[in-house]
Design a protein around this ligand. Structure first.
Ligand SMILES: Nc1ncnc2c1ncn2[C@@H]1O[C@H](COP(=O)(O)OP(=O)(O)OP(=O)(O)O)[C@@H](O)[C@H]1O
Ligand SMILES: [Mg+2]
Length: 459
């Protein structure tokens, strides 16, 4: 097995055995893994988020593990393939892959602990002053470069964090909507207001005890006498902790925001951060709004939630312009259909370039329903997480032509009133159902692109 083509053919054959085909995203992941690329680099090529690539890759390795062995990962993929096809275990390439540094460092303002070891963090009463040398660790943050910025969301977040001393902020929204990009930009703008900033991903669902140990290690590296708890650090210093990919500690197949069995203690931790007095902030980034947060919000605690939606027209246009698509006057139609969602727009722009000679008009003229293409895989990640109850409601909503009032539930008695309300509430917490006001009443409808995905799935 010498080339990427050989590997793709080989993987395709394995998929064909179960009547499946490799999707374009899976092909790119295989190609990237073969060439030793990082998830981030693959995501950049695919114009989707790093976590999307990681999730797709996990599924892919699971499938190929049957052929190659249970501990298959991106890092050892090439080795396992070569091993299977009698290549040498000691090949130079394998050694390189094992040494491949997976750590990725975000923007230019990052400073390492080593650089800062001798620095003494400011005491609580001096944190009003700008801290010119905060200790920052963004190793876990995705590396993103965006040419447009969400100024209004940034200013809301700044106000919450810097003026209102909000302790716990949840940012939730669809995958690839730009949650991590937004917080990276925020960190870039407010990092001097803090003593410590750390970004942790919950991608591998760490136990809370592991996370706390890692946080304490980070805080204590510049200290002669380490403090006992995270809250002690939150009180003594101004800390900003970002937990990204929080959906990984929620149970798939259940209503949104329910913790995995061994992860309920995270809820208590979040409640503690929200309830106790300190001068720090914890930001949670998630596909789903955690249930606890919804309850805490009613208790007058210093917490806030931001539901992140698509980009405004002007900002979304900045994504399309560099792609050199023609018919700029039609950009706004495209942005409306794909809701200013940066990942969706990037993916659709590629389809327009590849299949419609970059003509937005030709693309729009051809479609009598919303074109999905490579978006299907992205939408599938959301669908897969739904509970059976939510799936039922989703199918029913997809068959409705108009938004529905909560009293208009399915008439076949399959669902009780409370089950229906629960499902709608949960789908809203996943951003898959949207609520709007119609004639002074709240009505609900499926996100139109997701609706198209459900309709296509049923065909
Ligand atoms: N404001 C923006 N302008 C232009 N592109 C953006 C913007 N925000 C995000 N993007 C692009 O959209 C893609 C997804 O962004 P990001 O990773 O922040 O999404 P996310 O919501 O964190 O996704 P996930 O939930 O899967 O982690 C990236 O390629 C990023 O460059
Ligand atoms: Mg993200």
């Amino acid at each position: 097995m010498n080339s990427v083509e050989d590997v793709l053919n080989w993987a395709d054959k394995i998929f064909n055995q179960t009547g499946e085909e490799l999707t374009p995203i899976q092909k790119k992941i295989l190609e990237g893994a073969w060439k030793g690329k990082k998830h981030r680099e693959i995501a950049e090529e695919l114009h989707c988020s790093e976590s999307q690539v990681k999730k797709e890759a996990a599924k892919l390795w699971k499938k190929l593990a049957k052929e190659l062995g249970e501990d298959l990962k991106k890092k050892n993929f090439r080795y396992m393939v070569e091993e299977k096809h009698s290549a040498s275990k000691n090949s130079r390439l394998y050694q390189c892959l094992l040494q491949h540094d997976n750590v990725n460092i975000g923007g230019q303002f990052i400073q390492t602990i080593e650089d800062k070891k001798r620095r003494s963090p400011s005491s609580p009463d001096t944190t009003q002053n700008k801290n010119q040398s905060p200790i920052i660790n963004l190793k876990d943050a995705p590396k993103l470069t965006c040419n447009s910025h969400r100024t209004s969301e940034i200013s809301t977040l700044k106000q919450w964090i810097l003026e209102s001393n909000i302790h716990l902020i949840t940012i939730y929204g669809l995958n690839g909507i730009g949650k991590s990009a937004l917080i990276l930009k925020l960190v870039e703008e407010i990092n001097t207001e803090f003593d410590y900033i750390i970004w942790k991903t919950l991608d591998d669902a760490p136990q809370l005890s592991t996370l706390k140990t890692e946080l304490k290690e980070f805080f204590s590296q510049s200290q002669a006498t380490p403090l006992s708890t995270i809250i002690d650090y939150f009180r003594a210093y101004r800390c900003l902790v970002i937990l990204d990919d929080v959906e990984n500690i929620f149970q798939s197949g259940e209503l949104a925001g329910n913790y995995l069995p061994d992860y309920k203690n995270y809820g208590k931790f979040f409640k503690q951060i929200a309830s106790l007095s300190h001068q720090s902030c914890l930001i949670l980034i998630s596909w789903e709004k955690p249930r606890e947060i919804a309850i805490l919000e009613t208790e007058n605690k210093p917490i806030k939630t931001l539901h992140l939606k698509g980009l405004e027209q002007e900002e979304a246009t900045k994504i399309l312009k560099p792609k050199k698509l023609t018919d700029e006057e039609k950009f706004s139609d495209l942005i409306n259909i794909y809701q200013g969602h940066p990942t969706w727009l990037n993916i659709i722009a590629i389809a327009i370039m590849e299949v419609y000679d970059s003509s937005v008009s030709d693309f729009l003229a051809e479609q009598n329903e919303i074109y999905l293409g490579d978006l299907e895989t992205i939408l599938e990640s959301h669908f897969e997480r739904l509970s059976p109850l939510e799936k039922k409601v989703t199918y029913w909503l997809a068959a409705q032509n108009e938004p529905v009032h909560i009293s208009q539930r399915p008439t076949n008695n399959e669902l009780s009133k409370s089950e229906f309300s629960q499902a709608i509430q949960s789908l809203c917490r996943r951003s898959l159902v949207e609520k709007k006001e119609l004639e002074n009443q709240s009505v609900f409808h499926l996100n139109p692109v997701f609706k198209q995905y459900i309709i296509t799935k049923q065909k």
